[in-house]
Design a protein around this ligand. Structure first.
Ligand code: BES
Ligand code: MN
Ligand code: ZN
Length: 496
């Protein structure tokens, strides 16, 4: 789908050749003399239209308006969040009505957040999964024009939102693929394709190379599956080589059966989404390759299946991680942290300014935060704040969770340096505390997307989160000094 940003007032927008026009009507709406705004003015006066976000009034072949279909959509105070709700409702109402050319007319005083929201909400509500349908329904919308009072002023926000939307769509498409298609091998191939198409550097390591590096923890999860593991290393260089990179680490479990600690059958299919972290890293690279910000970026994706088998890792097994720490695996279903810990150690070699891991890590995080906000854990206040702010800006929010050392108490093992599980209470924090032991060499953040990476029920499907947050975070990193703690990175804190 093509997006364009144009300087058009309501009168000009009303004469644009298109199939449908959506006029966002906010609290401060003042009708002009043109047919479209006069229509909205009358409807408001008669109380047939409200400015409350989500409220719609539709018209057909209205006089003086080029588009056959008109949707008036209340957008409240015109903020990003309200515009998002308005566009979702309006574009939703136009679905399956054969609209190919759409104009969305933003309020005259629209800010950057409104422009971003109009682009992301349109892309989000028109996405259709087709990859494994024999008679796929196509996406009808071909071209969307965002009409604003001054396109120059909003150009940067618009371009970023468009790139993010492409990245989100890429992540959704990968996330939605069935687990017999989206294997670790396939993820490696997708990373290579992405790198080739967009001028990124990529390495895809297999079992032999990973064994040679010494990723014993990662390998133990993969050993019960017939699908060979992959370790993907992606690089984007947009700044001087001397500039320390940001490293993104994505959990790439392409199917999580639980392993020997097998999960109940109910909803087990949803564990195909357990590579949502990996998909979000690939989606973020897709967006960054398009936007080309002045940063250096590394993506690390440990990917494998977690399956029960005669060769599977067993509860009680002790493995040696790349960091040298030994891990007693008490529950094979806590596999995400076992593959991430080796990637976190591997990240040290890039001397990163920050490392952010993204993982569908714990059911406990779903209980804590539901599907609204992702869980954010960080050892570094500046990094945490940057991610929180980016999430708010991108309407892809997260919520900071604690990392008190007492939460690590349950991870003690009588037989190894650490156990891979603690008690059920505070499960999302326990998991983060496990990861923190491997992330002492740099400012680190962990984003638990177990509740936000996909939706269940009738709308079952990948959301592409948190690509929006990550892309915004990386844009914001340009030209900023690395988080203060990065300098302290020289005197590495030894993991407890
Ligand atoms: N991939 C799951 C986490 C998950 C579960 C995400 C449900 C979304 C919905 C993860 O590998 C897992 O199984 N975690 C366990 C950890 C437990 C054994 C300590 C969990 O959350 O139950
Ligand atoms: Mn699991
Ligand atoms: Zn998992």
């Amino acid at each position: 789908m093509d997006f364009e940003l144009k300087t058009l007032n309501v009168a000009a927008a009303a004469s644009e050749k298109c199939d449908a026009i959506v006029l966002l009507v906010g609290e401060g709406f003042k009708p002009g003399k043109d047919a479209l705004s006069a229509l909205a003015g009358e409807a408001l006066k008669a109380r047939h239209l409200e400015t409350k976000p989500g409220r719609l009034l539709q018209a057909y072949r209205a006089a003086g308006i080029a588009a056959a279909r008109v949707v008036l959509a209340g957008c409240g105070d015109g903020s990003g969040k309200r515009v998002q709700a308005a566009v979702q409702a309006a574009v939703g109402a136009l679905r399956t009505s054969g609209v190919k050319r759409l104009v969305i007319c933003l309020p005259a005083d629209a800010q950057e957040d409104a422009v971003r929201a109009a682009v992301s909400a349109t892309a989000e509500s028109t996405y259709v999964y087709v990859a494994t349908k024999s008679k796929p329904e196509g996406r009808e919308l071909e071209r969307v024009t965002i009409a604003v009072a001054d396109a120059t002023r909003h150009r940067a926000a618009f371009t970023a939102a468009k790139a993010a939307a492409n990245g989100i769509e890429f992540a959704r498409e990968l996330g939605n693929l069935p687990p017999n298609h989206a294997t670790p091998t396939r993820l490696g191939e997708e990373a290579k394709k992405l790198a080739k198409a967009h001028g990124l550097k990529v390495e895809v390591l297999g079992p032999k190379e990973v064994a040679k590096i010494g990723m014993g923890s990662f390998m133990s999860v993969a050993q019960g599956s017939d699908e060979p593991l992959r370790f993907i290393v992606l690089r984007y260089n947009g700044a001087a080589a001397s500039e320390a990179p940001v490293v993104l680490v994505g959990k790439g479990i392409t199917f999580d059966s639980g392993g020997i600690s097998i999960k109940p059958s109910q909803d087990m299919d949803e564990m195909k989404f357990d590579m949502g972290g990996a998909a979000s890293v690939l989606g973020t690279f897709r967006a960054i390759a398009e936007l080309k910000p002045a940063i250096n970026l590394i993506g690390l994706i440990p990917s494998c299946e977690n399956m029960p088998d005669g060769r599977s890792v067993k509860p009680g097994d002790i493995v040696k991680s790349l960091s040298g720490q030994t891990i007693e695996i008490l529950n094979t279903d806590a596999e995400g942290r076992l593959i991430l810990c080796d990637a976190l150690t591997y990240a040290e070699r890039f001397k990163p300014r920050a490392v952010v891991d993204i993982a569908t890590l714990t059911g406990a995080c779903v209980v804590a935060l539901g599907g609204v906000r992702s869980g954010l854990f960080s050892s570094d206040d500046a990094l945490a704040q940057a991610l929180l702010d980016a999430g708010d800006t991108a309407l892809d929010p997260c919520w900071r969770m604690p990392l008190d050392d007492e939460y690590a108490d349950g991870l003690k093992s009588n037989f190894a340096d650490v156990a891979n599980v603690a008690g059920r209470a505070g499960g999302a924090v326990n998991a983060a505390k496990f990861l923190q032991r491997f992330a002492g060499a740099y400012p680190w953040a962990h984003v638990d997307i177990a509740g936000t990476a996909w939706k269940s029920g009738g709308a079952k499907g990948s959301t592409g989160r948190p690509v929006g947050m990550l892309v915004q975070f990386l844009i914001d990193q340009q030209g900023t000094a690395p988080p203060k703690a990065a300098k302290a990175g020289a005197k590495r804190k030894k993991a407890a």
